[in-house]
Design a protein around this ligand. Structure first.
Ligand SMILES: *Cc1c(COP(=O)(O)O)cnc(C)c1O
Length: 386
């Protein structure tokens, strides 16, 4: 079964005598037990029944099952945001004296979590170059417990040497966790590569509306799932049934939307690469973008996300004028909704050794007609650069 089909045919069974396409919104803190024996028999760890709202309802169990199916895994836990999913993994697997390795282009708040909360717990971190698997292998030491992977990396969009990085970690017995928000379960099959944990900001493509915050952690291994699930429950992480329902409603169109975002983004990225003000377009499917060869080996599809580096001779204020002149593109964080978004970034503040000078602008391509988006880019370039 392809992911398009698997997202539409789900295991939810409606009450006897009622059948309809969508899962019901089951809300609960209290869940009733028929008697004391039933109360004692149920164990939330193994989902052998419903125990308490925080431990899941038919709505969240169905969404967990569908995200596991999407990612090609067996177990999923849901958390209130993508960042909470990262924290869930870190707190479940790391303890004082341990080290976690993060790619230099890691999602920024994940690095902040390592710098502050993890550091306070006595957990150290170092940054590695996601394009250099040998360097990662050399960094792994006796305290290294976890390697985070991100494909493509945040904002600068380098596509890592996933195969090499996973091999380096596995050969030293170190767990790997992939932030698969960009791939969204469509572009690559992480568990086939030997990755242990897949984290996903469902806030992005699975929600698809720019109106839900949610995250997931998916695993294949039972023991690893149990460690993540136990930390999940002790931390009191749970999601609301209305939000779960919104994601369930969007999942059947996930593949369709992903490919539409992809096609539009590739066209606009290619067009922008030909503009004289632009020195580099960072899109893994574009030849010449860092890590393009790794993307080409592992993926057919790409997300609707790319960044553009403007020539250093243009001051920040002039690039800001371009961004401000855009009409269809709205200025805002996050991505993967119907509305195209744009954010300027200061590369020097983000990377240890930025490969480019100049101002970087990150685009999330929405679902508008691509001709309209190109016309908008064209008029804003003319307004800012003449
Ligand atoms: C958005 C995002 C997150 C965090 O998701 P939130 O739901 O906003 O907390 C994590 N990783 C990546 C790559 C993201 O783009």
């Amino acid at each position: 079964m392809g992911p398009e089909t698997a997202l539409i045919h789900h295991p939810y069974r409606p009450p006897e005598g009622f059948d309809a396409p969508q899962v019901a919104v089951h809300k609960a803190s209290t869940v009733y037990f028929a008697d004391c024996a039933a109360l004692r028999a149920r164990d939330w760890r193994y989902k052998n029944g419903y125990t308490y709202g925080l431990h899941g309802t038919p709505t969240t169990f169905t969404l967990e099952e569908r995200i596991a199916t999407l990612e090609g895994g067996r177990h999923t836990v849901l958390v209130p945001s993508g960042l909470a999913a990262i924290a869930n993994v870190d707190l479940a697997l790391l303890q004082a004296g341990d080290e976690v390795l993060l790619p230099d282009n890691v999602y920024g708040p994940s690095r902040e979590l390592a710098r502050h909360e993890l550091a306070r717990l006595g957990i150290t971190h170092r940054l590695y170059d996601p394009l250099d698997a040998r360097a990662l292998e050399a960094m792994i030491g006796p305290a290294t417990r976890l390697v985070w992977l991100e494909a493509a990396g945040s904002v600068t969009m380098e596509f890592p040497d996933l195969t090499g990085l996973v091999h380096a970690a596995r050969s030293r017995g170190v767990l790997t966790a992939l932030d698969n928000t960009w791939g969204a379960g469509i572009a690559l099959r992480p568990f086939d590569l030997g990755i242990d944990i897949v984290m996903h900001a469902l806030t992005k493509y699975p929600s698809g509306g720019g109106d839900v915050l949610m995250g997931s952690v998916t695993t294949v291994d039972d023991a690893l799932h149990e460690r993540i699930k136990l930390a999940h429950m002790r931390l009191g992480l749970g999601v609301g049934a209305n939000d779960a329902e919104l994601v369930l409603r969007s999942l059947p169109t996930l593949a369709l939307r992903y490919h539409a975002h992809d096609a539009a983004a590739r066209r606009l990225a290619g067009w922008l690469a030909g503009r004289p003000q632009v020195v580099q377009v960072l899109h893994p499917a574009l030849p010449g973008s860092p890590g393009h060869e790794h993307w080409a080996r592992l993926c057919g599809a790409a997300a609707g996300l790319f960044s553009v580096v403007f020539d250093e001779r243009f001051p920040q204020a002039q690039v800001d004028r371009f961004v401000d002149a855009l009409r269809l593109f709205r200025i805002g964080y996050s991505w993967a909704g119907p509305v195209s978004l744009v954010v300027p970034y200061d590369l020097k503040a983000m990377r240890a050794r930025p490969a480019w000078g100049g101002t970087l602008v990150r685009f999330s391509i929405g679902l508008e007609a691509v001709d309209d988006l190109q016309a908008d880019l064209e008029q804003a370039l003319a307004a800012a650069f003449g």
